[in-house]
Design a binder for this molecule. Sequence first.
Ligand SMILES: *[C@@H]1O[C@H](CO)[C@@H](O)[C@H](O)[C@H]1NC(C)=O
Ligand SMILES: *[C@@H]1O[C@H](CO)[C@@H](O)[C@H](O)[C@H]1NC(C)=O
Ligand SMILES: *[C@@H]1O[C@H](CO)[C@@H](O)[C@H](O)[C@H]1NC(C)=O
Ligand SMILES: *[C@@H]1O[C@H](CO)[C@@H](O)[C@H](O)[C@H]1NC(C)=O
Ligand SMILES: *[C@@H]1O[C@H](CO)[C@@H](O)[C@H](O)[C@H]1NC(C)=O
Ligand SMILES: *[C@@H]1O[C@H](CO)[C@@H](O)[C@H](O)[C@H]1NC(C)=O
Ligand SMILES: *[C@@H]1O[C@H](CO)[C@@H](O)[C@H](O)[C@H]1NC(C)=O
Ligand SMILES: *[C@@H]1O[C@H](CO)[C@@H](O)[C@H](O)[C@H]1NC(C)=O
Length: 472
Amino acid sequence: MLQMQLFRILLLFSLKLAAAEEKYKKLNLSRINDSMYVVDASFYVGSDEQQINLVQIDTGSSDFWILDKSFCDSPTSEEEENHNGYSNQESCEVYGSFDSNNSDTFQATDREYYIEYGINSADMITSSGQLVSDQVSVGDIHLDELYFGLVTNTTSLPPTLGIGPISREANLSYYNFPYQLQREGLIDVVAYSLSLGQSKGELLFGAIDHSKYNGTLLKTPILQAGSGGTQVLLTGVALTNGSSSVFNETINEGYIYFDSGTPISPLPAKHFDDLFKHHGWEYDRDAMSYLIECGREGEKSILGHTLEYTISGDIVIKVPFEQMVVTVESDGKCYSTVAVTDDESFSFSNDAPFFLAGDEVLRNAYVVYNLETQELAIAPAANNPEETEEDIEIISEDFDIPKAKDYSKFLEYWSTAPPSVTDYAPSSTSSGSISGETGSTSESSTSEDIAPSSVKPLTLWGFAVFFCQLLI
Ligand SMILES: *[C@@H]1O[C@H](CO)[C@@H](O)[C@H](O)[C@H]1NC(C)=O
Ligand SMILES: *[C@@H]1O[C@H](CO)[C@@H](O)[C@H](O)[C@H]1NC(C)=O
Ligand SMILES: *[C@@H]1O[C@H](CO)[C@@H](O)[C@H](O)[C@H]1NC(C)=O
Ligand SMILES: *[C@@H]1O[C@H](CO)[C@@H](O)[C@H](O)[C@H]1NC(C)=O
Ligand SMILES: *[C@@H]1O[C@H](CO)[C@@H](O)[C@H](O)[C@H]1NC(C)=O
Ligand SMILES: *[C@@H]1O[C@H](CO)[C@@H](O)[C@H](O)[C@H]1NC(C)=O
Ligand SMILES: *[C@@H]1O[C@H](CO)[C@@H](O)[C@H](O)[C@H]1NC(C)=O
Ligand SMILES: *[C@@H]1O[C@H](CO)[C@@H](O)[C@H](O)[C@H]1NC(C)=O
């Protein structure tokens, strides 16, 4: 009997040890300038660990890129200066730069690197240079080899860590940061969970923190559309004012795209036109937004509202409308603006409503991205996610989350079968060594032939440019 007990204790103990060895990695995030989440640690690149100070985190793009040393000494273009007010030299001081000549492990490729961000082609911001590889460390993560863009010309600072699917890599195909974590054995499954608080956030690779959400996680498939982001099915959008409903619309095949690289969350004009106009807001196409002078009655009567997104018929993410407002000053006047777009190219097809869920929306949700099973799991965020006691569980290969809701309701709204995982299979679209094939950007769309879309992360600078056009 005693032996039996001892055996059980030993067994429990060894199970505990096994659990302690389970793999996940955490990156702390912080929100800066009310406009972006950056990794709360420096990156160290190359054998001589050159420091990159400030890197934005972006679920809406898929490449890591940093400044090449040669950028620092090149003349500052007017465009660049307009975007962040820094000279190239100053940008290098703020963000850090990389001199490949000083790293023994650096490897160049013959591939040019080129990425565009923005939501309409007239206002794209870009970064270009060369695709290269080297060792990279951040926090307690060390990768022996990571491909990244070494950028010599850019209007889209700060440097960015894009963690989206391989299919969204700029114009190349390779194992990006989340995939490389798995290849080097730091995590088991290419999946991560994102929690954004008011001033801090947390990105867990390979695990879920159950303390960061309120209620139940809903699993839902990532839908193929446009250039292959991480959009899921939006089945309803409602607006309430306290307990009264302003509108409540059921949507058949809509999309919501969770993009942490975007500070704003533009709404489709056709759904919000009446509401804003009714309250005296004016739409400005160039500014892509509704505006009203701060303090007007029409401002107050709208800001108390709550927007409710229903995902896959089953889970509701509530966003206080107040959080979607940007305040801009011009000519001594204050304007409240809500980003709205009537640009049809912004939606995946003319009939499918498309909601870009940037940081404002993401702060009210907990989103688990599983790039291997091509699913997200979503729940409303916990009240104060920055202060919860962590409750971490490793993400299993079959994405089996205890108590998570499966997407049975999804099929009531979506006429075709969920997209198959093999359409995205990373092993067929990328190889560790960069070969001649690109492949991943080809659109292997299913029945929906959804309009090619240039929806890419929009930075606050892109947005600010619209305002400048309007207000100055
Ligand atoms: C994240 O922040 C917490 C609290 O400040 C700290 O204890 C922890 O070590 C940090 N983790 C990493 C990986 O930087
Ligand atoms: C944040 O805002 C400050 C003050 O406007 C500015 O100097 C700084 O460059 C901004 N930081 C970034 C990363 O844009
Ligand atoms: C690296 O070395 C090459 C060859 O000596 C030189 O042309 C290049 O300018 C150097 N790069 C930097 C960033 O100093
Ligand atoms: C990526 O785009 C740039 C600029 O358009 C181009 O020069 C380069 O060849 C492209 N690379 C690949 C691999 O397609
Ligand atoms: C930098 O990129 C911009 C935008 O793509 C382009 O207009 C400009 O000519 C480029 N500058 C250099 C020096 O290559
Ligand atoms: C919107 O309508 C749906 C279906 O009738 C209902 O379940 C939901 O509670 C409504 N939402 C609001 C905010 O009124
Ligand atoms: C929303 O509710 C508030 C408080 O009940 C009220 O003052 C305001 O007029 C309402 N707004 C609209 C648009 O009905
Ligand atoms: C969960 O949401 C409910 C209802 O909004 C709230 O009362 C409760 O405090 C929340 N719990 C946490 C842990 O955020």
